[in-house]
Design a binder for this molecule. Structure first.
Ligand code: URA
Length: 331
């Protein structure tokens, strides 16, 4: 928290109207239960005070929830994905979207690297997206399912849950029980309890990790599923000759997947830029080695589109494609 003196705030449209930059609060010393709670962005009261979760969602929902599971504010880290209040608190406002591409990389992720929490409770879809590194998410599908991730180079467990504001009396107070359960789960994971994490997702960001991953993948010899993340050349219109591949995801066994950025900086940057710089061609050649090998069986959803974009954009000719969930659903 503090005044807006950070370099990365230059050019951010949220900077001007904001009174305070509200990144996070928490103990300096590592607490017994190293848990971080991450919300979305400051509202009016937080903007005024510079402290996260001091408005209605904080005092009427979040604080009582902490108390109910035996936690106290001063012993947990509390952060937001955005440090400044979006116009009218709207996270889908263009200025907020712009800030999402700058702010977490400079505040939330470094804070995670510094504090090294064992567990992060991601409160609401914005926090879940930022922490799982996914572009879109249906909160109801992931809520309450802890996921082991590597975020900011730090391995920890993310517990997705609903945002405290969504439990206010005029919204969905009936969902409170789920969130209490999720907070309890976070405590039990931080206590070292059996949390049954079954999913391992990560984003490949170093060349060593990419090489090691593709070496391993070539030896799997079982069905590999993959998907491409693409950017339409024109808004909402598919054009296989001009759409661009932002990245690819691969899964080789249940609960295990990686995401390989190609032309953007995940999770929030969608402006086209080669992620791998001078090694771009080399990384694409490793992808080609898997996708063009007819001996490595592959599957996915609606691969006709993916195959065409792979060919037009990266010059990769998909081979060994044996299973498509979309075709299968028609049978
Ligand atoms: N909502 C958030 O996401 N963060 C705050 O700090 C307050 C409300």
């Amino acid at each position: 928290m503090g005044r807006l003196t950070r370099d990365f705030c230059n050019g951010c449209p949220l900077r001007g109207p904001a009174k305070h930059f509200v990144s996070g609060v928490g103990p300096k010393e590592r607490p017994d239960l190293p848990i971080m709670f991450v919300g979305e962005a400051p509202g009016e009261d937080e903007d005024e005070s510079g402290i996260p979760f001091v408005g209605a969602a904080g005092t009427r929902v979040f604080d009582p929830l902490l108390k109910e599971v035996g936690l106290v504010r001063r012993k947990v880290w509390i952060y937001n994905v955005l440090g400044c209040r979006p116009p009218s608190n709207k996270i889908d406002h263009p200025d907020a979207k712009h800030a999402l591409g700058i702010c977490p990389t400079n505040t939330l992720y470094p804070a995670i690297a510094e504090h090294q929490p064992d567990v992060i409770v991601a409160m609401g879809a914005t926090a879940v997206r930022a922490l799982l590194g996914v572009k879109s998410v249906k909160l109801g599908d992931v809520r309450g399912k802890p996921v082991e991730v590597i975020v900011a180079g730090h391995r920890c467990v993310v517990v997705p849950t609903y945002h405290p504001a969504s439990l206010l009396p005029h919204r969905r107070p009936q969902d409170r029980g789920y969130v209490v359960g999720d907070f309890r789960r976070a405590v039990s994971i931080a206590e070292g309890g059996d949390f049954n994490v079954s999913k391992h997702y990560s984003v490949l960001t170093t060349l060593e990790d990419v090489e090691e991953f593709f070496l391993g993948l070539a030896n799997v010899r079982k069905l590999i599923s993959f998907d491409i993340e693409s950017q339409n050349h024109s808004e909402d219109v598919v054009d296989v000759q001009r759409d661009k591949i932002l990245g690819l995801s691969f899964s080789w066994k249940a609960g295990h997947a990686v995401y390989l950025p190609i032309r953007h900086r995940p999770p929030f940057h969608y402006d086209l830029q080669d992620f791998w710089g001078k090694d771009q061609e080399y990384v694409v050649s490793l992808v080609r080695g898997i996708l063009e090998d007819p001996q490595i069986p592959k599957g996915g959803q609606n691969k006709k589109y993916d195959a065409q974009v792979l060919q037009c954009d990266l010059g990769i000719r998909l081979c060994g494609y044996v299973f498509d969930t979309m075709y299968a659903s028609h049978n």
